[in-house]
Design a protein around this ligand. Structure first.
Ligand code: CTP
Length: 403
């Protein structure tokens, strides 16, 4: 299946590498179109990209000829993904703020497909808190950064900020275009605990290790889905080929999930995170000091992310998989939870016993759906994740026969 990729080129010395990138993308089977900022066109002529891609290059938002050939909204709807390479510090700042005053930023704002940036800039610019805060904003909205790498920079310095080489960029993209039964589907997974701050140094959290959610993200990826993982704080490395968005609190997790869904509704939502059901009503701005008196904490309910996603209208509602941790009677309590949260498939597990549960490497699951149930026996979490993904596939295709 041919995939469309829109390559955006910003003004930086690394722009010359993007010509090679066009060729490599075509070799991977992509149909490539190119858009350039005015500054990029001063580094490499648009004609080079036109000749390589076989399509006119979009350079101007306010050009009547370009708009009548393919306006910026049509251009934003054309690709399956957008790659900005090189992405300058200035460009990152502009899209972090939702500006739309040139063709690249307007298309990024109007697009509902995954956006990837390959940053290229001087080390000090990359490490500047302004750029790092823009990076966080972009990542929290699901925009994935490829690089930057370390090495010699055009300014003569050496350090972090070098645009990845075209073949490294292709490797990173390849990871997102794997084959398998879920190829062409996207999955959004939550994992890990959340931390609910009491003051700048203390928080309320739980024992979730994130192992099950990370294993599920990897298994979904291996089944061909393009996966975004929204994770609370865990001590696990990012699974290969998975877009990782790190959050801390339940509210941040909810915002990251909802932003992702409104940007590009996924086919599957797998809520594996142990989201704190409550947060301290007030997080103190300074460290809370002890006194001789006892202390009472006032907690307020957090939104239920899974319930919120499962209640979305058709069109933006993904197939929803939820988890339930129970200490007893998992079938009855799990079934109640499945109905109450409106999920398509619920995976219930027993916690608090001698084996299985949060920190263990093994687990067993009872699967419940509207007209059936199944048991997955005790096994390592990675194997369990693969078995669960096979089930998810089966139920997903049963509910979405045309997918
Ligand atoms: N969940 C969520 N947002 C919350 C709480 C839970 O998305 N604020 C999701 C979890 O990711 C999981 C399921 O809902 O898929 C578990 O729900 P929950 O009712 O918290 O489960 P238990 O902890 O099993 O329930 P309870 O605390 O009521 O026993």
């Amino acid at each position: 299946m041919k995939k469309n990729i829109l390559l955006g080129v910003c003004g930086g010395v690394a722009a010359y590498k993007s010509a090679e990138l066009v060729r490599l993308l075509q070799r991977e089977g992509f149909e490539v179109r190119v858009m350039m900022t005015a500054a990029a066109a001063r580094f490499v002529g648009p004609l080079t990209f036109q000749a390589l891609s076989g399509h006119p290059v979009a350079t101007n938002l306010l050009d009547a000829d370009q708009e009548s050939a393919m306006g910026h909204i049509r251009l934003a709807r054309w690709p399956d993904q957008i790659l900005i390479a090189p992405a300058t510090a200035h460009f990152m700042a502009r899209i972090a703020h939702g500006l739309a005053d040139d063709i690249l930023s307007a298309v990024c704002l109007a697009a509902r497909v995954p956006i990837r940036l390959a940053p290229a800039m001087n080390t000090a610019m990359w490490l500047n808190p302004a750029t790092q805060s823009n990076r966080q904003v972009l990542e929290s909205r699901g925009i994935r950064l490829l690089g930057p790498g370390q090495g010699e920079l055009a300014c003569g310095e050496s350090g972090e900020g070098r645009m990845l080489d075209p073949d490294e960029i292709i490797d990173r993209l390849r990871e997102t275009f794997q084959t398998g039964p879920l190829q062409g589907q996207s999955a959004l997974v939550t994992a890990g605990p959340t931390r609910e701050p009491l003051d700048p140094v203390r928080f309320i959290s739980n024992r979730s290790s994130g192992k099950m959610g990370y294993a599920l993200a990897e298994a979904l990826r291996s089944a061909g889905a393009s996966v975004t993982l929204v994770s609370g704080p865990v001590a696990l490395p990012a699974p290969p080929g998975v877009e990782l968005i790190r959050v801390e609190t339940a509210l941040q997790m909810r915002d990251a999930v909802m932003a992702r869904i409104s940007q590009a509704p996924p086919g599957l939502f797998v809520a594996c995170a142990a989201v704190a059901d409550y947060r301290p009503e007030h997080a103190a701005s300074g460290k809370i000091k002890k006194t001789d008196a006892n202390m009472t904490l006032s907690l307020t309910r957090n939104p239920d992310i899974l319930t919120e996603v499962a209640a979305l209208p058709p069109g933006s509602r993904p197939f929803c998989v939820g988890f339930a941790a129970e200490t007893e009677d998992i079938r009855r309590l799990g079934e109640e939870k499945r109905r109450c949260k409106g999920v398509d498939l619920l995976a219930a597990n027993l916690v608090g016993g001698p084996q299985g549960g949060f920190e263990d490497n093994n687990n067993a699951l009872t699967l419940l759906w509207a007209d059936g149930q199944a048991e997955l026996p005790m096994m390592p979490k990675r194997e369990l994740a693969a078995a669960l993904v096979s089930f998810i596939e089966e139920r997903f295709f049963a509910c979405n026969p045309s997918s």
